[in-house]
Design a binder for this molecule. Structure first.
Ligand SMILES: [Zn+2]
Length: 203
C-alpha cells in the first residue's frame, strides 16, 4: 500500500539526521525501501560514537533524540541498525531477553558481593574529599575498569551489562541511579534536587 502522505526514504533520512547531528556530528543516516526480501523499511545509523557502545545503548540514545510523535508517524514500522564504522548488520549482537531475566538475580548478587557497585560509587561519588568524582561519558568506561578490579573477566561483560541495561543502567551513572538503590550518587542526586525544589523554580 502506498501512502501518498508518507515521507520518501530520502526525506526521512534527512529529518532523522537533523534530530541527531547536534550530538552525533558525524552521523550518517540511510533509509532502504521495502523490497522483495524486506517487508519493512530499514534505517541505518552510522557514527564513530557507537564504537564503544552495545547496540542496545546505541538504540537507547538514538530513540531519545527523536520526538515520539515523529517516531509514531514515520518509524513505528521500521527496522533499525546502529552501526560503528566497519560494522555490518550481521556484526550486531543482541541479548536473549529471557536469558537476561533468568540470570539477573545471580548477576546482581555477584555484583554486590564483589564490591563492584561500591567501587563504582567510590569512583563517581567519593565518600571523602580525597579524590575528585569521575564524570560519566555516556558509556561504560568506568564500569569496565571497575569490573576488572572486581574480578570479572571480559567474557562476562556482555551478560553483566545487559543485566544492568535491563534495569535502566545504560551508562556509568545510570548503573548507580537505576540499578544500585543504595548508591551515594543516587542519594546525592535527590539531595540536590530537593534543595533546588526548596529554592523554587526561579533558582
Ligand atoms: Zn551517565
Amino acid at each position: 500500500m502506498l501512502d501518498r502522505f508518507a515521507m520518501t526514504a530520502h526525506e526521512l533520512a534527512t529529518a532523522l539526521k537533523g534530530y541527531l547531528i547536534g550530538d552525533y556530528p558525524d552521523i550518517d543516516v540511510q533509509v532502504s525501501e521495502r523490497d522483495g526480501e524486506h517487508a519493512r523499511r530499514r534505517v541505518f545509523f552510522r557514527s564513530l560514537k557507537f564504537g564503544v557502545l552495545y547496540p542496545l545503548q546505541r538504540y537507547h540514545y538514538i530513540v531519545h533524540h527523536i520526538p515520539s510523535e515523529f517516531y509514531d508517524e514515520h518509524l513505528a514500522d521500521t527496522e533499525w541498525y546502529e552501526l560503528a564504522p566497519g560494522e555490518t548488520e550481521t556484526d550486531l549482537r543482541y541479548p536473549d531477553e529471557e536469558l537476561v531475566r533468568s540470570i539477573t538475580p545471580d548477576v546482581m548478587r555477584c555484583l554486590h558481593g564483589s564490591g563492584f557497585l561500591r567501587r563504582l560509587d567510590d569512583r563517581m561519588c567519593p565518600a571523602d574529599g580525597s579524590c575528585s568524582p569521575e564524570s560519566c561519558h555516556g558509556d561504560f568506561r568506568i564500569a569496565r575498569s571497575v569490573l576488572a578490579e572486581s574480578g570479572f573477566s571480559e567474557e562476562e561483560h556482555f551478560d553483566v551489562f545487559h543485566v544492568l541495561m535491563a534495569q535502566g543502567g545504560y551508562c556509568d551513572c545510570e548503573i548507580l541511579y537505576n540499578a544500585a538503590p543504595e548508591s551515594r550518587l543516587r542519594t546525592q542526586y535527590w539531595t540536590e534536587r530537593a534543595q533546588h525544589h526548596d529554592k523554587g523554580p526561579a533558582a
